[in-house]
Write a protein that binds this ligand. Sequence first.
Ligand SMILES: *[C@@H]1O[C@H](CO)[C@@H](O)[C@H](O)[C@H]1NC(C)=O
Ligand SMILES: *[C@@H]1O[C@H](CO)[C@@H](O)[C@H](O)[C@H]1NC(C)=O
Ligand SMILES: *[C@@H]1O[C@H](CO)[C@@H](O)[C@H](O)[C@H]1NC(C)=O
Ligand SMILES: *[C@@H]1O[C@H](CO)[C@@H](O)[C@H](O)[C@H]1NC(C)=O
Ligand SMILES: *[C@@H]1O[C@H](CO)[C@@H](O)[C@H](O)[C@H]1NC(C)=O
Ligand SMILES: *[C@@H]1O[C@H](CO)[C@@H](O)[C@H](O)[C@H]1NC(C)=O
Ligand SMILES: [Cu+2]
Length: 582
Amino acid sequence: MEKITALVLATAVVIAWIAPPARGEVRSFQWKVEYIYWAPDCVETVVIGINGQYPGPTIRATAGDTIRVELENGMSTEGLAIHWHGIRQIGTPFYDGVPFASQCPINPGETFTYEFVVDRPGTYFYHGHYGLQRSAGLYGSLIVDPVPSDAVPFTYDGELSIVLNDWWHRSIYSQETGLSQLGSAFRFVGEPQSLLIEGRGRYNCSLIPAAPSSPPLSGDVMSCNSSRPQCAMHALAVRPGLTYRLRIASVASLSSLNFLLEGHNMTLVEADGHYVTPVEISNLDIYSGETYSVLVTANQDPSRSYWAAVNVRGRRPATPTGLAILSYGDGSSSSAPPSTPSPQSPAWDDFAYSVAQARRVVSRPGFQIPLPERANVRLMLLSTQNRIDGKIKWAINNVSYVPRATPVIAAFQFNLTTAYDLAASPPRDFSRGYKIRNAPPNPSAIQGSGVYTFRHNDVVDVVLQNSNTLVPNNSEIHPWHLHGHDFWVLGYGSGIYRPHRHASTLNFVNPPMRNTVAVFPYGWTYLRFRADNPGVWAFHCHIESHFHMGMGVMFAEGVDRLPRIPAQALGCGYTKALFTAP
Ligand SMILES: *[C@@H]1O[C@H](CO)[C@@H](O)[C@H](O)[C@H]1NC(C)=O
Ligand SMILES: *[C@@H]1O[C@H](CO)[C@@H](O)[C@H](O)[C@H]1NC(C)=O
Ligand SMILES: *[C@@H]1O[C@H](CO)[C@@H](O)[C@H](O)[C@H]1NC(C)=O
Ligand SMILES: *[C@@H]1O[C@H](CO)[C@@H](O)[C@H](O)[C@H]1NC(C)=O
Ligand SMILES: *[C@@H]1O[C@H](CO)[C@@H](O)[C@H](O)[C@H]1NC(C)=O
Ligand SMILES: *[C@@H]1O[C@H](CO)[C@@H](O)[C@H](O)[C@H]1NC(C)=O
Ligand SMILES: [Cu+2]
């Protein structure tokens, strides 16, 4: 009772919370999120659309602007939250869009207003963060331009932007059910049916009837019609001789991807909103959660078109190449699909190639954010695949993340100490003595909310340590994404990270800053960040099914200085008590 009274008093302060002033303009959007019929790869299915559109509308803003999105949940059967990927939410940790971490889910029929400042130019995106909603198509681009006085260290004549995705015909309900089955009843989502470029792909329609029986005789009957405008190939239109900045993001649910342009090299210039030292590449590895800008010069024969292509990497591919058209000018011959075969990427299991390319991404002189000289906290995060109560889960240091009904940020603000589980504080090293190449012999991992706490301004080193899955001789790529921060990537290596052997191999000279980084099979990735953004931040594998199966942790930092959480973000779990009459 005493606790509830204290919470009711706190609500009065919640209402008084006022957004910090911003330099730029306020850009307002009204979005209604609903399931819609759509045919991304010519096969009609249901996707989550925004205002009747898939992918969602592009947000374009200038650094310093405030984005204000009134988001209505028009889906009558599930909750909703949208994460603004790459935006650090400085001062607004409750608008990060992670249900049960930063807010309560938005209920069917309710409207929630996100309002936050985009403080730094770069290529970003947004996506659903509730259940598997990103896999159902809830995503779009978010591009932040520099203010005119800000130096950009390269020039270009035009801009193009694409989001890459992998696509399934099975609904996310069916996918999720399969992931939750006991023992051998487990059904993995499997390889995608299609790869999409800017929401468009092409399934082989001779495998599925062109028109569904009408009315459908039983359940959903899929139809495939390659003439549907929704699956018309995306075209990147260029003019001869000009140079373009091509922005590329991956929101893939499972696949590591490799992007290439037939007959054209690319110069990598930006990664996750940070300028990098230019590197010439003939194809680009891109992991889910990453963004890049590349410069492309239209210097080939302009009388024909070229393929823009995306292939699966890191898992044995069972999905055809995803294609778009790079067309010169708008003459008809130059915009028809090329007659050449679709371009090939490096072998899917050439991991050495991927590691080498990742190491070539370094910060750009003049645009480096100084690296703190040393960390005062080091966290080893060992990821393992385990069985818990008969179900296949991913665990980090023996804890498989499962959201609990109270947003962790609210649990800290209102001292609801039983509403979350601390992982380990201070963090201990779980990787010592662990044999990463042996399939784990079903150790006793548990489920919990996996919260690690840091003091304000701690400098934290994180070593992400990969291991074998439950399948013998198998280890996978995991792209890890940190909310609320960018981190410096200090290095990648194979085997177990050993300080005495590997510390000297780390890059303290020009480490890139990013918000997403890959951990390679049987390898480790070393990163550093400063806990300077009071909030509760998810840190997780960006593979949709992996996070859903527990591959993530929560970083609660500077919780003694959290800004007041607005009432609209509360109302679930123990925070229901905030709204109970005394
Ligand atoms: C489409 O599928 C049919 C039937 O399996 C096959 O004969 C054909 O070669 C496929 N087409 C393509 C472009 O893969
Ligand atoms: C396929 O789509 C085109 C374009 O929308 C339409 O004209 C045609 O009737 C469709 N075919 C079938 C069999 O539904
Ligand atoms: C493309 O870049 C690669 C290096 O990644 C280089 O070997 C190759 O010669 C370049 N091709 C062209 C056409 O410039
Ligand atoms: C928070 O709750 C714990 C136990 O419920 C209690 O011991 C502690 O004093 C509380 N702290 C504050 C600041 O209220
Ligand atoms: C997980 O916990 C179990 C039981 O506490 C322990 O035996 C095992 O060594 C732990 N595994 C790891 C990887 O820490
Ligand atoms: C695992 O891979 C190694 C090296 O490729 C091989 O020698 C070994 O037989 C494999 N073990 C199993 C269980 O497949
Ligand atoms: Cu993963």
